[in-house]
Ligand binder design. Structure first.
Ligand code: NAD
Length: 520
């Protein structure tokens, strides 16, 4: 168990450890850094809890489902004649093995039903399960806006909670300060497994989500973006719902970021988070005199962040030796063919789960064995809490670059430090996404369109300059160079990288509060 370094005299709740949850864990680093900088007590109170925690519900009508019969049920329907249905129109396959039944396609069909079971040619026997209205719990946590409008992603996932969104919203406040962009922090989403719903149902869900949230969001109020299981398509739906019918709707495009480039998104945004991870790794490698083109890399999560980081590193010559996603892990000692893997996951309509599992030429490995694979770099780019103390003991790498938010637990941090494994903490490692979101927002405000080279040049400068400041804080090495100055951020002692990153964030946020003052 980690030994806490926090000064208990400065904490209001000495029983804190007994009420430990994902939010209190994330806030450990906040309190440690706040103690170190002697944070103004009122600013500390402002930051300890979010400004607003919105919990609400959205309802939608769901379609009927076709669920495959269990083998033991099939005998009773052996003689059931096949129904003549044009499968392509009538059934939408879902990643969980079910089909959504679109009733309109049954109008011209010749159908035989027995006790709710139907035989579909070339597909088998299915039970029709009735759809109907469903209710889902939704969240938007607005953590802080002292530096600018609330900003943060929308997550559709079956395991979300208020504490998780509080933690992720706070991380956005720290991250936007580290990237030095004029935004605050927020996060939200819906408790749902999107793999169980059709595109149309997810569209309706997103529309209702924005309908409920409309008064709380806006391009200068709160600006959502994609996160786990949301993407440019969902952002387009959110933008449409927010702007539809508004007289000045073109001026409102910046209400969400992470849009498709053709409707106001930024060049470079889709790969920006992975790109930011790579810029940090380039700085890490430069300091360690390590050749990234010879790196062996393991990546957890092959979605927006993990796939972009893998693609960019592989393009530099690095070997991506293993990838792990929600459905399994694959390994190839000689390095995976990343362009082909991208095609296999994202361009194959049969691969409904967008999973790496079954990729030809790779070997399936267990999650335990994935973490044990010797490599130079581990990039966790899936969910939080994945690198706990046990996983940190297994890792055989030189550096962990946190593409995901909060992938390393407190115990994981301690073990990594004891084992002298370097860490590039999430709030700088994955700040590329929100940084390019800011560029997207700027382009929307100005009705401009920047080139990918412009976007990446700015991103590289921002990420590398702020990474260098964090490194200076960690080494207690105040310095000034063109485009960066770490002198006012160093605290007189060396720190671990996570605490150093938090010190940078908190000093910038505290400056905003103290320069503006409190209105009462
Ligand atoms: P995504 O939905 O595009 O991809 C998520 C990936 O993680 C998928 O490959 C999925 O299969 C995998 N995954 C999910 N659960 C898993 C599990 N239990 N074990 C292993 N793999 C699992 O999501 P994303 O946008 O790439 O986000 C990934 C992480 O990066 C999240 O922590 C997110 O908060 C963070 N992040 C994303 C962005 C962004 O711009 N998208 C920016 C900053 C941080």
């Amino acid at each position: 168990m980690r030994v806490l370094r926090r000064d208990q005299n400065q904490r209001p709740n000495p029983n804190h450890r007994s009420k430990r949850n994902v939010y209190t864990d994330v806030m450990e680093t906040f309190h440690r850094a706040a103690d170190l900088i002697g944070m103004h007590p009122r600013v500390r109170l402002e930051l300890e809890e979010p400004d607003f925690e919105h919990i609400f519900y959205v309802t939608i009508d769901t379609h009927d489902r076709l669920t495959p019969l269990q083998p033991e049920e099939e005998r009773a329907f052996e003689d059931l004649p096949a129904s003549s249905v044009k499968a392509g129109d009538a059934f939408e396959p879902l990643a969980n093995g079910q089909f959504v039944l679109h009733r309109r396609a049954l109008l011209d069909a010749d159908i035989t039903l027995r006790r709710g079971v139907i035989r579909i040619p070339n597909k088998g026997l299915f039970r029709i399960e009735k759809g109907g209205p469903r209710k889902f719990k939704a969240y938007r946590v607005q953590h802080n806006q002292v530096r600018g409008p609330y900003k943060g992603g929308i997550r559709f996932h079956k395991e979300v909670s208020l504490d998780l969104f509080k933690a992720l919203a706070a991380e956005m406040t720290w991250k936007t300060a580290i990237a030095d962009i004029p935004f605050g922090g927020a996060k939200g989403g819906i408790r749902i497994d999107p793999h169980e719903f059709s595109r149309e149902e997810l569209e309706h869900l997103t529309l209702r989500f924005v309908y409920k949230l409309k008064n709380l969001m806006g391009p200068t109020v709160d600006i959502p973006a994609p996160d786990v299981n949301t993407n440019p398509e969902i952002m387009a739906i959110m933008m449409r719902q927010y702007t539809d019918g508004e007289r000045d709707r073109h001026a409102l495009r910046g209400v969400v970021t992470g849009k498709d480039v053709r409707i106001g998104g930024s060049e470079g945004r889709s790969r920006a988070t992975g790109q930011g991870v790579v810029y940090c790794l380039q700085e890490w490698a430069r300091e360690r005199d390590f050749d990234l083109s010879k790196a062996r890399v393991i990546v957890q999560g092959f979605g927006n962040v993990g796939s972009a980081a893998a693609e960019l590193l592989a393009g530099m010559g690095a070997k991506i030796v293993a990838v792990h996603d929600a459905f399994g892990a694959i390994h190839r000692e000689a390095g995976l063919d990343v362009p082909r893997l991208l095609e296999y996951v994202f361009a194959n309509p049969e691969n409904l789960r967008r999973s790496v599992v079954g990729f030809p030429g790779a070997t399936a490995v267990s999650k335990h064995d994935f973490w044990c694979i010797p490599a130079d770099i581990a990039i966790p780019a899936a969910l939080g809490g994945e690198i706990d103390g046990d996983v940190a003991e297994l890792l055989d790498v030189k550096v962990v670059a946190e593409g995901a938010n909060g992938p390393t637990t407190l115990e994981g941090d301690q073990v990594l430090a004891e084992r002298k494994i370097d860490l590039v903490p999430d709030i700088i490692a994955n700040a590329g996404g929100v940084t390019v979101s800011y560029y997207e927002w700027l382009q929307n405000q100005r009705m401009e369109h920047w080139t990918e080279q412009d976007v990446n040049a700015r991103l590289e400068q921002t990420i590398k300059a702020n990474y260098a400041i964090i490194r200076d804080i960690a080494r207690n090495h105040p310095s000034r160079a063109p485009g960066r100055d770490s002198r006012r951020f160093c605290v007189g002692q060396a720190l671990d990288m996570r605490t150093a990153a938090m010190v940078l964030a908190l000093k910038r946020i505290e400056e905003s509060y103290l320069l503006e003052g409190f209105s009462q």
